[in-house]
Design a protein around this ligand. Structure first.
Ligand code: C2E
Ligand code: MG
Ligand code: MG
Ligand code: MG
Length: 283
């Protein structure tokens, strides 16, 4: 009986693993098709100036319009896209699409409008000249490097390869600003912040979620903001959902806020409407 059960367990285990592998292969096949059939779309989430809540920037966030699953969120496919290197064509598309959007928004709403894009470490590490092609494209579109902010994560700075350093330098030379995303959750070393020329620190939503006046999160946010400002770095808080969180971060001197309190990520049409409404004189 034991042997019987053992064999069943074994079979069950392998079947589960097999199903997982099949699901993953299916996802990769779907993603590949998504790339060739242009199934991706960018949504835009406002980043507001804390002092008056005006929209001064936005972050571009990818969504996948899957033919049968509907709108798929990035957490469900970005890591598989990274493992399969499909993040390279996807990332290239994101950069192209973001460039077109920022060009249009600058023409119609604000010549200084800035758009943040998330850059995967794979895009940095690859020998594929993804990034430099994109920088050339920006200038050929008449866009200054200042038009975009590259959001990178701490993990990327840990591999101190010459390529990463070289690409970071290419960004800075082109005038592209750099934001350190999800700050405080990775294996951060404060040394990286001064070693690389960072323009923005994005406080991870984890700290914002736990924010009350007497919380540890409050002390951490306070310390992060003070440190950043002393280094000449601006701070963006992510995941602001309540008035209390807004108030506490405003009082701590946080520069920009991003979160459902102001707006979730919306499609380009809805985002334009937000910019349009903001230009109407207040009653
Ligand atoms: P992220 O770059 O840290 O983006 C912020 C995420 O927090 C977004 O999730 C946003 O919708 C969500 N968020 C914003 N405000 C709030 C809030 O108040 N409450 C809560 N609960 N969530 C909020 P999203 O769009 O699902 O993206 C998840 C992650 O996927 C991003 O995290 C980023 O790491 C990755 N990602 C998104 N677009 C791209 C892309 O184009 N390329 C790459 N490589 N990664 C991307
Ligand atoms: Mg981001
Ligand atoms: Mg983040
Ligand atoms: Mg994140």
């Amino acid at each position: 009986a034991a042997k019987q059960r053992g064999r069943n367990c074994f079979q069950y285990f392998t079947r589960e693993m097999q199903e997982e592998a099949v699901t993953r292969m299916q996802l990769i096949a779907d993603l590949r098709r998504g790339v060739s059939e242009h199934q991706f779309v960018l949504y835009y989430q406002p980043q507001v100036l804390m002092v008056d809540r005006s929209i001064s920037k936005a972050e571009a966030l990818i969504r996948w319009q899957h033919p049968s699953k509907g709108l798929v969120m990035p957490d469900e496919f970005i890591s598989t896209a990274e493992e399969s290197n499909l993040i390279l064509p996807i990332g290239r598309w994101v950069l192209e699409e973001a460039s077109k959007t920022v060009q249009m928004l600058q023409q119609h709403y604000d010549p200084d409008f800035q758009l943040s894009v998330n850059i995967s470490p794979i895009q940095f590490e690859s020998l594929d000249s993804n990034i430099s092609t994109w920088l050339q494209q920006l200038s050929s579109m008449g866009l200054s490097g200042q038009s975009v902010v590259a959001e990178i994560t701490e993990g990327m700075m840990m591999s101190r390869s010459a390529e990463i350093r070289e690409k970071m330098n290419a960004f800075k030379t082109a005038g592209v600003q750099v934001a350190l995303d999800d700050f405080g959750t990775g294996y951060s070393s404060l040394a990286y912040i001064s070693e690389y020329d960072i323009d923005y620190l994005k406080i991870d939503q984890y700290f914002v979620k736990n924010l009350t006046l007497s919380s540890d999160a409050y002390m951490l946010c306070k310390a992060i903001i003070m440190m950043a400002h002393n280094l000449g770095i601006k701070v963006v808080a992510e995941g602001i959902e309540t008035e209390q969180q807004h108030r506490l971060l405003l009082d701590l001197g946080c520069d920009y806020g991003q979160g459902y309190l102001y707006s979730k990520a919306v499609d380009l049409g809805a985002f334009e409407q937000l910019l349009h409404d903001q230009r109407l004189p207040a009653e």
